[in-house]
Design a binder for this molecule. Structure first.
Ligand code: PLP
Length: 363
């Protein structure tokens, strides 16, 4: 009998929800170019507009402010490139799809728990006078929640606009673009059980529409290119599932996180949980295991049929030092890093399986 595999890498990508998969075949089998005037085209248009309403509800925005795209890398590039000629502040823990677009941007430091230092930030606003501030809502490695409402209010009081990468917050905490005071919000479908290769840029009320792709009238000229109708519809469906089940899912994930973190401390009190004392989403635990390397940990878990990450693995599959942990002042040479990130399909037995394997490795 083959051993059941355990998937604990939801922050990299979540498994497609079965109810979404079931509807995909039908959608993909139809020629739904939403710009066409025939009945297939009109059907495609209707479906996209329904999905727009669903995404708008997820973040409490008017549907007209939602622009569909290929995912958060595109969304982040779209906003950052628009401001690339101007002064920009980004937090020191942003995703590479922000960092690498504006390598010369001034970085806002974070504290040892991975939270943006508001006092340094205010000083930077005063001395640097940026046009844009970019800070993520939830960090993909630590799960730490950033004080975006305060960050936006301070940015606006200094005449700067705010971009927020909210990819890792969806389905984990409520998101309200107006309450957060954000001008540009990026979302991605595949972190919440929707398909890969689809996402959205949601605009606040600043009146600016950054455009990256030109050459077609789609999305009211805000994003050229034939729409991925099936992807958009399924993103909308995944968003609705995440939105409707949020409170119950938060409670369930919190229970699993407590089980995981208590279990880890029982195995060894030397295991460090990064960002433990900061506000954190319930689906992410980033840990340091002294005396181990990330590479050997990942390999051993993989051999045991458990898929996880060290949080900082890049697209090449290699393990590189984490700029997030470095920004938090962690010496990454002293401990191997592992990230457990869970989601809609995670069961208690998955956490038990992980803890059993961890005990074997550490002992
Ligand atoms: N931003 C964050 C915080 C992420 O975790 C990711 C995915 O790893 C991205 C952006 C990129 O998202 P996408 O895969 O939709 O391009």
């Amino acid at each position: 009998m083959t051993k059941q595999r355990i998937y604990l890498d939801y922050n990299a990508t979540a498994p497609l929800r079965p109810e979404i998969y079931a509807g995909m075949k039908d959608l993909l089998s139809q020629p739904l170019n939403a710009s066409a005037v025939h009945s297939y085209g009109r059907e495609g248009r209707k479906l996209i507009e329904q999905a727009r309403t669903q995404i708008a509800a997820l973040v409490n925005a008017p549907p007209a402010q939602v622009i569909f795209n290929s995912g958060a890398t595109e969304g982040n590039n779209t906003v950052l490139r628009h401001f690339a000629g101007e002064k920009i502040l980004i937090s020191a823990i942003e995703h590479d799809s922000v960092r690498e677009v504006v390598p010369k941007a001034q970085q806002i430091p974070v504290n040892a728990d991975g939270v943006v230092e508001l006092r340094s930030y205010e000083d930077l606003l005063r001395t640097h006078r940026p046009a844009l501030v970019s800070v993520m809502l939830v960090n993909n490695e630590t799960g730490v929640i950033q004080p975006i409402t305060e960050i936006s209010a301070l940015a606006h009081s200094h005449g700067a606009l705010v971009h927020c990468d909210a990819v890792q917050a969806v389905g984990r905490i409520p998101i309200d673009i107006a309450a957060l005071g954000v001008d540009f919000l990026t979302l991605s479908s595949h972190k919440i059980g929707g398909p890969q290769g689809v996402g959205a840029l949601v605009l606040g009320l600043c009146g600016i529409t950054p455009v990256l792709l030109h050459g077609g009238g789609q999305e009211k000229k805000a994003r050229a290119g034939t729409e991925n109708v099936a992807g958009i519809v399924d993103f909308g469906a995944a968003a609705t599932l995440a939105f409707q089940n949020l409170a119950a899912e938060q409670t369930r994930l919190k229970m699993l996180q407590q089980k995981l973190e208590t279990g880890l401390q029982k195995i060894s009190s030397a295991i460090v949980i990064y960002g433990r004392d900061a506000p954190r989403v319930a689906n992410t635990t980033l840990m340091g295991i002294p005396g181990q390397t990330s590479e050997s940990l990942l390999m051993n878990f993989d051999l045991a049929g458990i898929a996880l990450s060290n949080g900082a693995a890049c697209s090449s599959g290699s393990v590189k030092p984490s700029h997030v942990l470095q920004a938090m002042g962690v010496n990454t040479k002293q401990a191997g890093t592992l990230r457990v990130s869970i989601g809609w399909g995670t069961q208690e037995s998955d956490i038990d399986g992980f803890l059993q394997e961890m005990e074997k490795l550490v002992k």
